[in-house]
Design a protein around this ligand. Structure first.
Ligand code: NAG
Ligand code: NAG
Length: 112
């Protein structure tokens, strides 16, 4: 959470000089967990800034990665940023996987 805020402040710092205070920006993270969906990872995370995908993680690659050059450039100044994000999201993946199993049990869902 602290890293997210730091990154957000960094993004504001980068964007700030070009467009003064009035403009609103958005930072969104989507976590998607699923089970048994063909050709779709069980756990996917995307991070968006102003609706543009700037980071991605999924349970196939098991790696958090930048999706924009500017994101690579910003995070290049933060040592171990992607390593930490990867570790964090691997932990989240396990939690979401457990939650899916609990939901399946409660709904007597034997398939995906
Ligand atoms: C990212 O950094 C590279 C190397 O310094 C630079 O050439 C490029 O313009 C930068 N890209 C963005 C989008 O800031
Ligand atoms: C799941 O199965 C159990 C045992 O057959 C039953 O008691 C329960 O009502 C079922 N739950 C749902 C949500 O269908």
């Amino acid at each position: 959470m602290k890293m997210k805020m730091l990154l957000f402040l960094l993004l504001l710092g980068i964007v700030g000089p070009h467009c003064t205070s009035a403009r609103t920006h958005s930072l969104k993270y989507f976590y998607t967990a699923s089970s048994g969906v063909p050709n779709f990872p069980e756990f996917v995370v995307v991070g968006l800034v102003d609706e543009v995908e700037m980071m991605h993680y999924d349970s196939n690659t098991k790696r958090a990665e930048p999706k924009q050059d500017w994101m690579s450039n910003i995070t290049a100044k933060i040592p171990q940023y992607w390593e930490r994000e990867t570790q964090n999201l691997m932990g989240k993946q396990q939690i979401y996987k457990n939650n899916i199993e609990i939901v399946k049990q409660r709904l007597n869902q034997t398939g995906g």
